[in-house]
Ligand binder design. Structure first.
Ligand code: CAP
Ligand code: MG
Length: 412
């Protein structure tokens, strides 16, 4: 029994319950119809190749099926669960987002969405806490949690960094966060930063009576990243931050396994996601990167500001909905809204994202004309106004810090 390209197209295919079903958007390569290009995608991402094969045994049960081929360029491909090593994200991605990304049979190809069957999902741990962090580790029952990243991103000394953390915490922020390019440099070494910042956290906690914490960037080579996560836990930290795309999914899986015993939650930053998702016709969508992040087990994930702020975002609202939806019993993930955010746009952003999110601002706090503490006060007032159903302008009448922020940055 042979396997040739055309064997992978099956317009009448009905996916089985255990199939991983992927939606691709493709632009066929020169001279190919949609159906021909779709068949090649299904072939190369499962068990076919450019040459027709005649294996002795029947390997067809491991073949993918391309179906629902639409002239607008969308196609669904169903992969039998047996093709995959459940629990290995690199193996799964090598199939569904591997060689096909560079095949000449398609001019462009976008992995837009996946439907994850229970058979694969159960190989992954999912988040340890998910939205339970908002109440189990923090005290953000009835409002979004607030986070801030000191700016300038790099170059501050350890003392300056810890002091900024303290100012932000007492101003009303819940979480200090390291920036993605701050790891272990000479001007602000990792271990010193952790101990000094956590000391400041304890001080801020006892002065404000609120729970405060620190999202420590542990991103590094995998063994070192695990060592850093242990260091954070040993010194009383309850969160680590991992830059998940640059670190790689295997590393994220390792950190998740290790942090199970450490009882620390994982904050996922997503630097470099735009290399995969910015061009809408090609690559891997942020929706799929978010799905992968949840399976691998992060507790928070940056998903953008729904079009407000400084960065291009893809489908923040739909992705947030997916992160909160049921996935065969895995915990949810808290979306983090960030990137050019300031008090004057908090209400519009929260209208789009909902309020079970972490609101993160760097420049929108530290760029406040009266400094970090006032900036934190302004952001907290803006978020509280939203919860109270009061306009930012009305709230600013009793919050001078918010009034200054609105004056400085306006409302968009
Ligand atoms: C935001 C930020 C975050 C981005 C990441 C920055 O700072 O710290 O890394 O939000 O983007 O360095 O740009 P500002 P996203 O608040 O000063 O803009 O959340 O979209 O993944
Ligand atoms: Mg940053």
């Amino acid at each position: 029994m042979g396997i040739a390209y055309e064997d992978f197209l099956d317009e009448s295919y009905e996916p089985a319950a255990d199939d991983l079903v992927c939606e691709f958007h493709i632009q066929p390569g020169q001279g190919l119809t949609m159906g021909e290009a779709a068949a090649r995608v299904a072939s190369e991402s499962s068990n076919g190749t450019w040459a027709a094969l005649s294996p002795e045994s029947d390997v067809r049960s491991y073949s993918a099926h391309a179906f629902d081929v639409a002239e607008d360029g969308s196609v669904r491909v169903a992969y039998p669960a047996a093709l995959f090593e459940a629990g290995s994200m690199p193996q799964i991605l090598s199939c569904i987002a591997g060689n096909i990304m560079g095949m000449k049979a398609v001019d462009t190809i976008r992995l837009a969405d996946c439907e994850w069957p229970e058979a694969l999902t159960k190989g992954f741990p999912g988040p340890q806490y998910g939205s339970a962090v908002l109440t189990e580790i923090l005290e953000a029952e009835d409002r979004p949690a607030l986070a801030t990243v000191p700016k300038p991103k790099v170059g501050l000394s350890t003392e300056e960094h810890a002091q900024i953390g303290y100012d932000a915490w007492v101003g009303g922020v819940d979480l200090l966060k390291d920036d993605e390019n701050l790891t272990d440099q000479n001007f602000n070494p990792f271990e010193e930063r952790v101990t000094q910042s956590l000391e400041m956290r304890d001080r801020a906690e006892s002065e404000t009576g609120e729970k405060k914490d620190y999202l420590v960037n542990v991103t590094a080579e995998t063994d070192e990243m695990v060592r850093r996560a242990e260091y954070v836990a040993d010194h009383g930290g309850r969160f680590v931050m991992v830059d998940v795309v640059t670190a790689g999914w295997a590393a994220v899986q390792t950190v998740r396994r290790r942090t199970e015993d450490l009882d620390v939650a994982i904050h996922a930053h997503r630097a470099m996601h735009a290399a995969f998702d910015r061009l809408p016709q090609h690559g891997v969508s942020m929706r799929v990167l978010a799905q992968v992040s949840r399976l691998c087990g992060v507790d928070h994930l940056h998903t953008g500001t729904a079009g407000f702020g400084k960065l291009e975002n893809e489908d923040t609202v739909g992705i947030n909905e997916w992160l909160r939806s049921d996935l065969h019993g895995l915990r949810d993930v808290v979306p983090v809204t960030s990137g050019g955010l300031h008090p004057g746009i908090v209400d519009s952003v929260l209208d789009a994202t909902g309020d079970r999110v972490i609101v993160q601002a760097g420049g929108g706090i530290h760029g406040h004309p009266d400094g970090t503490e006032a900036g934190a006060r302004a952001l907290r007032a803006a978020v509280e106004a939203y919860g109270e159903g009061v306009s930012l302008e009305t709230k600013a009448e009793t919050s001078p810090a918010l009034a200054v922020a609105l004056e400085k940055w306006g409302r968009d």
